[in-house]
Design a protein around this ligand. Sequence first.
Ligand code: ADP
Length: 293
Amino acid sequence: MQLQIKNLSKTYSNGVQALKDVDLTIPSGLFGLLGPNGAGKSTLMRTIATLQEPDTGSIFMDDLNVLTEKHKVRQVLGYLPQEFGTYSNVTAEELLHHIAVLKGITDKKIRRALTTRLLKQTNLYDVRNKKLGSFSGGMKQRFGVAQALIGSPKILIVDEPTAGLDPAERKRFLNMLSEIGEQVIVILSTHIVDDVEEICTSMSIIDKGTVKYTGKPYEAIELLKGKVWKKTITKREESQYIENYNVLSSRLSDGLVEIHICSENNPGVFEKTSPDLEDVYFAAIKNCLSIAN
Ligand code: ADP
């Protein structure tokens, strides 16, 4: 299965153009939609999830027209929204059962087997009798995935799921998504470069409603090889460098600043460095390399 998005545009009533002629093919596996806040990620996710309409364009899930056959799409799609509220006074198992009933799984035996499987898959089985109000952020997000997987979706959309998780919970969450991604298309929207670097097989970088790059993370890094230079400077020198060079990023280390710049040739007293996905991300967003394809 693949998702084919063509010429998708959306302008909100306040005049903000959230998506500008977006063309995107999302293959099987784990797909990362990477972009800063306000890039248009949630607008795109909600549109794919049939929760809002674009102004123009089309989305096809193989032969299924997502924009006109919403009912069929919803049968094969699981969605974890950015803001996922749960009831706090019920247990994980109770709420999962309840959602399964709402999703039409009325046979008690089948429902029990399904909820047990999902609680185990999301590492929540041991805490299934705990109230959701006592869950940590990571546990709530994993519960969000469990409910999204009811009905065995072919596509799972998770919108900024790792924001606000501590490092251990984030790791656990990404491992779980990675396992799910072996059977289902997973679309992970995030502003965290490491999320994509760690688990995604393919990705897009989006900014201001425009897709800047689509491809495999390692191919994107290849494109920048030989073009990223680094230098360690003081904090006071930083603004001068930003003014004079194509600075991709600044990383603080031991009170000093390591800047990365993008240039075909050594622009002076810089040292060549191996690019990473963060360099790719900033290069794409700053349009300082024609790496869009
Ligand atoms: P992201 O998920 O990447 O942070 P969004 O899709 O939420 O981006 O937002 C893209 C742009 O559209 C932002 O400028 C945002 O303020 C604007 N926007 C999002 N939703 C609405 C809305 N319902 N009405 C008006 N503007 C919106």
